[in-house]
Design a protein around this ligand. Structure first.
Ligand code: NDP
Length: 288
């Protein structure tokens, strides 16, 4: 039987509409218009598209957004100066630094220079540490997007075996932390795999929910998937002019119960969660 397609565009549109309502009521109650500062360094075409889409989504949700575009040869100190200014600028409740950054800039240092109260990407070590401990914080957008797709499609991860392939700081690791929490939306049994994992297919076949976050086109093949599994494809890979995921889509869709497409799966969710975090950041400035 063909898999149910989990339409990230539709789920993200619902979430964005909820955020837009939240913005309207925040402003109506005398709160600030939420503002997002997006920082783009260099001329990477994909990054420029992501930043443009995020800016457009902000205005559609009634938020203010501005993009700060710096040249590719910007030094670390200049970028830190810009971020220090944005940290102090109360028009902006959230700061997003589009990754990857050029080689001369140390990403970890830049992420740590963002004020945790404005870390709407949820990548600051303080945000991630709080998440690991199950405390309220800004959740990283892509992992939170995966969680929302599951919950809003009726696949509560509680009690399920979730296998995540990939252990990056922006996807695999935080997703594992999120889904294992003793909190609603968590309570999964999580296995994290990577390039040093032995007999990967043997482990992925044990997944009730399989998440591919590897950055390798078509790496998850049908023999790696149990009949009836839910498959979440986080990968976004450019192959010629096409965008493809990490999952061999047609063959896996013939076996899975449900699957996210690429494009139109987790990508739009990531943007919706960024908006949701920015609204939360603005709310916090009035509720404390
Ligand atoms: P990274 O390159 O940082 O991490 C990839 C991870 O996958 C690593 O942990 C690596 O293992 C593991 N891996 C790679 N190949 C294999 C393999 N053959 N077998 C087992 N494990 C493997 O990537 P990201 O996490 O940043 O991104 C992953 C994908 O998700 C990319 O396609 C990216 O474009 C996409 N992405 C999509 C987003 C969205 O909004 N939908 C947002 C962010 C990313 P090891 O650690 O051992 O090297």
């Amino acid at each position: 039987m063909a898999a149910r397609i989990l339409n990230g565009n539709e789920i993200a549109a619902d979430l964005r509409a909820e955020v837009a309502e939240g913005v309207t009521s925040l402003v109506a109650s005398g709160g600030p218009q939420p503002g997002l500062a997006a920082v783009l360094v260099g001329d990477d075409a994909a990054s420029a598209v992501y930043v443009r889409n995020k800016g457009r989504a902000c205005s559609e949700a009634g938020m203010h957004s501005e993009t700060f575009h710096l040249p590719a040869d910007t030094g670390q100190a200049d970028l830190m100066d810009l971020i220090a200014g944005l940290n102090a600028d109360n028009r902006f409740h959230g700061i997003l630094v589009q990754l990857p950054l050029p080689d001369q800039i140390d990403e970890a240092t830049i992420i740590e220079s963002i004020a945790p109260a404005k870390d709407v990407d949820g990548l600051h070590p303080i945000s991630q540490g709080r998440m690991l401990q199950g405390q309220p914080t800004f959740l990283p957008c892509t992992p939170a997007g995966v969680q929302q797709v599951l919950l809003r499609s009726g696949y509560d991860p509680a009690g399920k075996h979730v296998v995540i392939v990939g252990r990056s700081n922006i996807v695999g690791k935080p997703l594992a932390a999120l889904l294992m929490q003793r909190n609603p939306g968590g309570n999964a049994t999580v296995t994290v795999c990577h390039t040093r994992t032995r007999d990967l297919p043997d482990i992925t076949r044990q997944a009730d929910i399989l998440v591919a976050a590897m950055g390798v086109p078509g790496a998850v093949t049908a023999d790696m998937v149990r009949e009836g599994a839910v498959v979440i494809d986080v990968g976004i890979n450019r192959v010629g002019y096409r965008l493809v995921g990490d999952v061999d889509y047609d063959a896996v869709a013939a076996k899975a119960e449900a699957i996210t497409p690429v494009p139109g799966g987790i990508g739009p969710m990531t943007i919706a969660l960024l908006l949701s975090n920015t609204l939360d950041a603005a709310r916090r400035t009035v509720s404390v």
